[in-house]
Design a binder for this molecule. Structure first.
Ligand code: HEC
Ligand code: HEC
Ligand code: HEC
Ligand code: HEC
Ligand code: HEC
Ligand code: HEC
Length: 437
């Protein structure tokens, strides 16, 4: 069968051409998505935030003028390099007569900004990523309940659309190539058949395509592989809100309360110990202290980054919400509940219980929520993905000591696994039904 072997030869050269094409297409694709990921993750907003709080917050706020200008979105105002030099040594720039530097210096009545030679460009990038960060707008609140929200879903939708159109484009290119080569092959083959039997002049392309099982197989495999890849990428992206840091209706600082003033987490989140939810404290809890704590402390508070105006403003919001009249030192009964924006939010099909982790397992809040006592504005520290839960269950031993519930099960299971210590995973912490309704 000479025609057939010629066909195979052509087909393989076609195959190598197309697979080369797909290969390059995928390289291109990977490098673009990959670099996209890098550029969006390269900057560490949380790190930028703590650098900002440590170095800049005494003179700058994001949205308000303090001693220096508000810094939200400042990176759009100047060139990157200008900002690097300015932040490292603004005085030198003013001295050198840089126009923009002199202008801003004049505008702020020649108040000098500190020099920060110790900050690297990367540090500054992180700080700017923080000052640029605009949290997603809270959804209009419903019936007084804390607002829940998932950020970034529209951008993931966009991404998926782009990916899908890309897959489509690759497939179209493939088809065109196959079509073209088949057109070259088929006349030759048809001539051979003509010679032999004179039956058919032409085989329709789709028939040739379907008849060639190998070609069909290859196309199907490519299709499956690419959709699996995109589906996987999609799964990894869905609902990961790590770093989510919404602006709250009252500027409430965990750094001031849980950090500087060492108030226990459970003073406010008292149900973490005994129930599924930790809960957000009612404003009455705040009033335990703030009936009395209302006065601005001057220098001391300015050091923490609060101007008098800002400070009293935030306390007034609290008073307005609970209906506290400062003059008469009494409650008017005229309340206006504050709607905190919810930050951590697992999907409804996941079961998570605080008491089980805090009380039974003895896990610190910070293990999951990060250094809350250092957070001026609270953000989501952990990814809250399934992988995150499961990794910890694999790594963490359960506390059996003084835990009646476990002593018996523990004995049996430790025999079964032949180990002294059991991880949460070995106790059943990987079973789907434990976390999924
Ligand atoms: C001691 C107070 C002080 C500290 C600390 C400080 N700044 Fe400033 N900053 C100023 C003042 C004041 C200005 C206004 C220009 C001037 O008078 O020099 C300014 C201006 C700026 C500007 C220009 C803003 C604009 O809108 O034109 C940037 C950017 C800036 N600061 C960034 C930073 C960063 C980043 C940090 C922390 C690493 C920091 N500053 C720490 C006082 C401070
Ligand atoms: C004086 C009261 C108070 C104390 C003490 C306190 N918190 Fe909070 N916490 C709040 C309030 C009010 C909110 C809601 C506003 C916000 O998110 O900043 C909150 C929010 C949170 C959230 C986010 C909730 C969400 O929406 O997902 C976490 C997590 C949290 N706190 C953990 C802690 C930890 C850990 C500690 C101890 C280190 C602590 N808190 C101490 C009052 C307090
Ligand atoms: C094992 C990890 C883990 C530990 C330990 C932990 N949390 Fe949480 N926390 C979570 C998760 C996950 C959520 C989201 C829960 C949801 O959406 O149902 C959450 C939500 C919250 C919330 C939002 C309100 C709520 O209850 O859903 C607050 C407030 C909170 N945690 C405070 C605390 C405090 C305070 C501690 C320590 C006493 C603590 N958490 C310990 C994982 C943890
Ligand atoms: C155990 C006492 C205590 C409780 C409870 C408490 N605070 Fe405070 N609060 C303080 C102290 C102390 C300061 C710092 C005062 C200072 O430095 O001038 C402060 C400062 C503040 C400030 C000004 C600084 C800032 O963070 O913007 C606000 C606003 C505030 N608290 C709101 C709240 C709210 C809202 C609650 C309830 C969720 C609350 N506080 C619960 C003790 C408390
Ligand atoms: C910091 C580590 C850690 C993280 C993170 C964590 N867990 Fe756990 N979890 C534990 C430990 C330890 C136990 C065992 C507690 C015990 O003794 O019952 C446990 C137990 C559980 C149990 C009970 C299992 C059983 O066998 O009864 C459930 C359900 C659970 N976790 C759900 C979750 C979910 C959902 C998440 C993620 C949102 C999560 N956990 C994240 C440490 C963790
Ligand atoms: C320790 C707790 C835990 C266990 C055990 C667990 N899951 Fe999950 N699972 C989660 C959490 C948390 C999420 C939500 C992740 C998110 O929102 O990104 C999730 C999400 C999912 C999703 C949705 C995926 C997505 O990205 O939307 C599926 C499907 C799923 N789990 C299947 C399973 C199966 C099957 C098992 C058993 C082999 C299992 N899970 C065991 C905690 C768990």
């Amino acid at each position: 069968m000479k025609g057939n072997s010629k066909f195979l030869q052509d087909f393989f050269s076609l195959l190598s051409k197309t697979s080369l094409m797909t290969f390059f297409a995928f390289i291109l694709f990977f490098s673009t998505t990959f670099s996209h990921n890098i550029s969006s993750q390269e900057f560490d907003i949380a790190k930028g935030k703590s650098l900002f709080n440590a170095n800049c917050a005494s003179c700058h706020k994001l949205n308000k003028k303090l001693i220096g200008p508000a810094l939200r979105g400042v990176s759009a105002k100047y060139e990157k390099d200008w900002l690097y030099s300015w932040i490292k040594n603004s005085a030198a720039m003013i001295k050198s007569g840089d126009e923009q530097a002199v202008a801003i210096y004049e505008e702020y009545n020649k108040v000098a900004m500190n020099a920060f030679p110790q900050l690297s460009n990367e540090d500054i990038d992180n700080i700017l990523a923080y000052t640029d960060y605009v949290p997603p707008k809270p959804v209009a609140p419903v019936s007084g309940a804390p607002v829940s929200e998932s950020s970034g879903s529209s951008s993931t939708n966009d991404l998926i659309l782009i990916l899908l159109s890309f897959v489509l484009a690759v497939l179209v290119i493939l088809l065109v190539l196959i079509n073209k080569t088949l057109k070259n092959i088929i006349p030759q083959k048809a001539v051979a058949i003509d010679d032999a039997k004179n039956i058919k002049k032409r085989i329709p392309i789709w028939k040739a395509f379907i008849q060639n099982q190998f070609l069909v197989l290859v196309s199907v495999v490519i299709l499956l592989l690419s959709s699996a890849y995109f589906a996987y990428g999609y799964m990894l992206q869905v609902g990961v809100d790590q770093g989510y840091m919404p602006i709250q209706p009252i500027h409430y600082s965990h750094k001031i309360h849980a950090g500087a003033n060492q108030i226990e987490c459970q003073y406010c989140h008292s149900s973490a110990k005994k129930s599924k939810h930790s809960g957000i404290p009612s404003l009455n809890v705040c009033m335990n202290c703030h009936e009395n704590i209302a006065d601005y402390n001057g220098e001391e508070d300015l050091e923490k980054g609060y101007t008098k105006e800002f400070y009293t403003n935030e306390i007034k919001k609290l008073y307005k919400a609970v209906g506290w009249d400062e003059n008469s030192q009494s409650y008017t009964g005229d309340t206006e509940p504050v709607k905190w924006v919810r930050i951590h939010n697992l999907p409804d099909f996941v079961y998570f219980n605080h008491a089980q982790h805090v009380t039974v397992a003895g896990v610190d809040c910070q293990k999951c929520h990060g250094p809350v006592e250092e957070m001026e504005i609270l953000y989501q520290h952990s990814p809250l993905t399934m992988g995150w839960c499961i990794n910890c269950h694999r790594e963490t031993n359960i506390k059996v000591k003084d835990n009646e519930y476990y002593t018996k099960i523990h004995e049996e299971l430790s025999k079964k696994y032949g180990v002294e210590e059991l991880t949460a995973a070995q106790m059943g912490g990987l079973e789907c039904g434990k976390c999924h309704y």
